[in-house]
Design a binder for this molecule. Structure first.
Ligand code: BV8
Length: 250
């Protein structure tokens, strides 16, 4: 049964998600054998230098991923839906911090969501910085509808070497939470991979890793559950909601 935002005075939960939570929805991860970085070099497609050197190559890399992300057969899975249920039924604040640039969390119903690595379905103008919803290809022939500049649009995502988004808000919820859950991330990319250490420093939260296999940071978590997200995440959320806030102090 859902809990109104006003009544959410219970312990806070922060959930960090990575590409593994979207794998069973049909989106590729990065570091699995068939992952994105097995086919592309980060330096060629996911840095500001790459975009400056060859914007069309970078735009096409994201255009191909955007076409995949908006296709009819890519839909939220049971893990995304379980997190939306947690936010609705947990008697405290639930914040999902995702490294993913797809829109599957919001389509599953998650509202309190931070896209720390940006959003594939948004374009940002490098001339006026305005951000536009964008579901089609971005090309150098496109003009910014705000300032009219031509060929200045880029995906509104965070590349390597760029500052992740909403880091202040993330730091605040990490400091306050009673439970930190990491789902579907290999723990390779910072600062996201360092969040579990940040939470441990505050010394109050339980830390849990839910992943297909142990991540780079597995030893930093007090407990872990391994398996496909669509199986282990709904079961974990069921148990969490059944136990309620009392389950966090045992
Ligand atoms: C920063 C968006 C400074 C675009 C991404 C030199 C200069 C500057 C910085 C650095 C530098 N050297 C190193 C750094 C830091 C760098 C970094 O960490 N590099 C790594 C490679 C060492 N970080 C940065 O540059 C960041 N910015 O540092 O700025 C700063 C920072 C803070 C404060 C002040 C200044 C920016 C990083 C963001 C880069 N953009 N993506 C795009 O998507 O193209 S990162 C990219 O990797 C994705 O966003 C992805 O989210 C992220 C992490 O990958 P994962 O999500 O974990 O995916 P992966 O495939 O790795 O793992 C999937 C997991 O799922 C696996 O464990 C697998 O087992 C599991 N799985 C698979 N199937 C399932 C499953 N689990 C459950 N169920 C399944 N079915």
């Amino acid at each position: 049964m859902s809990v109104s935002d006003e009544a959410k005075d219970g312990p806070g939960i922060v959930v960090l998600t990575g590409a593994g939570i979207s794998k069973e929805s049909g989106l590729a991860t990065f570091r699995d054998a068939d992952g994105i970085w097995a086919k592309h070099r980060i330096e060629d497609v996911a840095t500001p230098e790459a975009y400056a050197r060859d914007p069309e190559r970078v735009l096409e890399f994201y255009n191909a991923r955007r076409r995949g992300a908006v296709s009819d057969n890519v839909t939220p899975n049971a893990a995304h839906r379980a997190l939306a249920r947690l936010e609705s039924e947990w008697p405290g604040p639930v914040t999902v911090v995702t490294q993913n640039i797809d829109d599957l969390h919001e389509r599953a119903g998650t509202r309190n969501l931070i896209h720390m690595h940006g959003e594939l379905l948004k374009a940002r103008c490098t001339a006026c910085s305005d951000v536009h919803d964008w579901r089609g290809d971005i090309t150098l022939a496109d003009a910014c509808s705000t300032c009219g500049a031509l060929g200045t649009l880029r995906p509104n995502v965070v590349w390597f070497g760029e500052m992740p988004m909403q880091m202040d808000e993330i730091g605040e919820v990490l400091a306050e939470c009673a439970l930190f859950v990491s789902i579907g991330t290999s723990g390779n990319v910072y600062p996201a991979a360092g969040f579990v250490q940040q939470v441990r420093m505050f010394g109050r939260a339980k830390t849990v890793e839910l992943n297909l296999e142990p991540s780079e940071g597995a030893t930093m978590f007090a407990s872990s559950i391994y398996g496909p997200a669509t199986e282990i995440v709904p079961a974990f959320i069921d148990d969490l909601l059944t136990a309620g806030p009392g389950g966090l102090t045992s």
